[in-house]
Design a binder for this molecule. Structure first.
Ligand code: HXC
Length: 517
């Protein structure tokens, strides 16, 4: 046996040992909890055989609390690169089988290395989180490791897509890395995110709360909005990451990939000519409109369970990615409120950062009035959406289906916020406010002085509706580029996007903006 062959054998053994992470027992425990290991997750995520692992032999350097005897090849994170649908992606997956996936200085170095490579190459980073947080034995070195990661998250923001899958605990300040990335995915009954765990909560506030109640997938998908996607299982979460990336470019200098489609660009949808109810107070389902106009009816919704009065997500028109923002008349009549404004603003800014055109479908009665909203700062939060649309330089196509009143008209990608193509259906009502409210303001005195106030108001309302509740007033001034037949909407949007494909627009040079936070 040659010396060289011995060395090769040793390498093979070391690799096998590294691949076992925290060992068979810990892997069994992970499986018993219905969780995959870090390597299994990566294998499921990337194209078959494409993963190249880095830093398999790195070990932690901690000697506190007997840690020198607790060493694992590669420590608690698997890092490297691979491809998804043939496109390069950098990955890190925390390995819970190794000291609970807790973050050491060494692990931070491994994660930072793939983040730096991703920035150099202009490719997305996907992080799969499953960790007990900072490795307690390492103290400040673990904390500084987190800070190194956060700094890279910040510099990569808006340059390369960053996606966080949460497939286990994510506690303490560790939650800030996912929060700094573009999209977070959580699985029901498996993922937890909180700044302070149930025990600390009990000590400080006296509140009795479970992990699930405090920071489970459902809480963050519906109440806090911290997570963009909620899935049923680890498998679903991994599949979703692949699907999400299919809509995104590799970086901010590239366009999203084109996916061939057999869906005809001039497909007419007769149902849309009859979808708007006769009564302005009756709702219809905006999902039906979206499904009818996009390629093959495929829509990847973001934040599906948070602020459902506005819908945001990715779809394609003639094979090209777009971001869709649409008011949902079925929920709270599609009104804009604090949460809806924040949700849509973040989405619009993501699309703009990554060269994804924005298609806006408008049916909005206005902003939600009341002390709840005002005390919560709806002025500033509504301004976020206004700001996001106004600063966006990607192609912007807007279709007003029905109501578009007041401030909400302005906010929802109007012409004056550099909307490129603004269309309206013949059912559109584009006005400073709704008819009933308008006549209350204009004719209250006249009505009060008359013998029959209700009749006066009804007559004036009919007059106002006739004069203003239509798209032609706005079209008369060029604020609407054309009034279109609803069944033609798909074709008209595709034509508009084709026309706008070479759009070039820049904003004034600045250090950075001052978005109203
Ligand atoms: C060191 C840790 C650890 C940690 C878990 N382990 N978390 N070791 N530092 N932060 C170890 C455990 O001791 C155990 O080791 C192994 O990982 C598996 O953990 P278990 O507790 O057996 O698993 P489980 O019962 O599934 O519970 C998982 C858990 C729990 C809920 C995550 O371990 C936990 O509460 N950990 C601490 C979470 C936390 O408070 N983190 C905050 C740290 S401070 P053995 O040897 O027994 O197998 C922080 C600040 C970051 O994160 C700030 C960044 C800015």
């Amino acid at each position: 046996m040659s010396n060289q062959l011995d060395k090769v054998r040793e390498l093979i053994e070391l690799r096998a040992k590294a691949r076992l992470g925290g060992g068979e027992k810990a892997i069994e425990k992970q499986h018993a909890q219905g969780k995959y290991t870090a390597r299994e997750r990566i294998t499921m995520l990337v194209d078959e055989g494409s993963f190249e692992e880095l830093d398999m032999f790195m070990e932690h350097r901690c000697t506190n609390f007997g840690m020198e005897k607790k060493k694992y090849l590669g420590d608690g994170v698997v890092t490297g690169y691979g491809t998804i649908e043939g496109r390069l992606v950098y990955l890190f997956a925390q390995d819970f089988t190794v000291i609970g996936g807790s973050l050491s200085e060494t692990m931070a170095k491994k994660i930072c290395k793939v983040m730096d490579l991703a920035m150099l190459m202009g490719a997305p980073v996907v992080g799969l989180n499953d960790s007990g947080g900072a490795r307690i034995q390492e103290g400040i070195n673990a904390l500084s490791g987190y800070a190194e990661i956060f700094q890279r998250n910040i510099l990569a923001s808006g340059v390369i897509p960053q996606i966080s899958g949460i497939f286990g605990p994510c506690a303490g300040g560790a939650v800030y890395s996912p929060a700094l990335t573009d999209f977070t995915i959580m699985a029901k009954g498996m993922s937890y995110m909180f700044l302070t765990g149930p025990k600390v909560v009990k000590t400080v506030t006296g509140e009795d709360v479970t992990q699930e109640q405090l920071g489970g997938a459902e809480v963050h998908a519906t109440r806090s909005g911290v997570t963009h996607f909620m899935v049923e299982s680890g498998d679903e979460g991994i599949a979703l990451i692949r699907r999400l990336l299919s809509y995104l470019p590799q970086n901010n200098l590239e366009d999203p990939p084109i996916r061939e489609t057999n869906d005809p660009i001039d497909r007419l949808e007769d149902s849309l000519n009859e979808i708007i109810p006769d009564s302005p107070n009756r709702p219809y389902d905006m999902y039906e409109v979206i499904g009818a106009i996009v390629d093959d009816g495929a829509f990847l919704e973001v934040h599906a369970y948070y602020a459902p009065n506005i819908i945001v997500g990715f779809a394609r028109f003639n094979g090209r990615s777009v971001g869709i923002v649409a008011n949902q008349p079925k929920t709270l009549a599609g009104v804009l409120d604090i949460n809806a404004s924040r949700k849509a603003a973040r989405f619009v800014r993501f699309c703009d950062a990554f060269n994804i055109p924005i298609v806006t479908l408008v049916d909005v009665p206005g902003f939600l009035p009341g002390t709840g909203q005002e005390y919560g700062g709806v002025i500033v939060h509504g301004a976020k959406l206004l700001y996001a649309y106004g600063e966006a330089t990607v192609p912007k196509v807007t279709v007003t289906l029905r109501k578009s009143y007041g401030g909400a008209y302005i906010v929802m990608s109007c012409k004056q916020l550099r909307g490129d193509m603004n269309y309206a259906w013949p059912t559109a009502e584009i006005a400073v406010m709704g008819s009933a409210g308008a006549v209350e303001v204009l004719y209250a005195k006249e009505a009060k002085e008359s013998d029959n106030p209700a009749k006066v108001l009804a007559e004036k309302e009919a007059e106002y509706t006739e004069a203003f509740a239509n798209p032609y007033n706005a079209a008369k001034y060029g604020y609407i580029d054309d009034v279109i037949e609803p069944r033609n909407t798909r074709f008209r949007i595709i034509r508009a996007l084709q026309q706008l494909a070479t759009k070039k627009q820049t904003n004034p040079a600045k250090k950075h903006d001052n978005l109203p936070l």
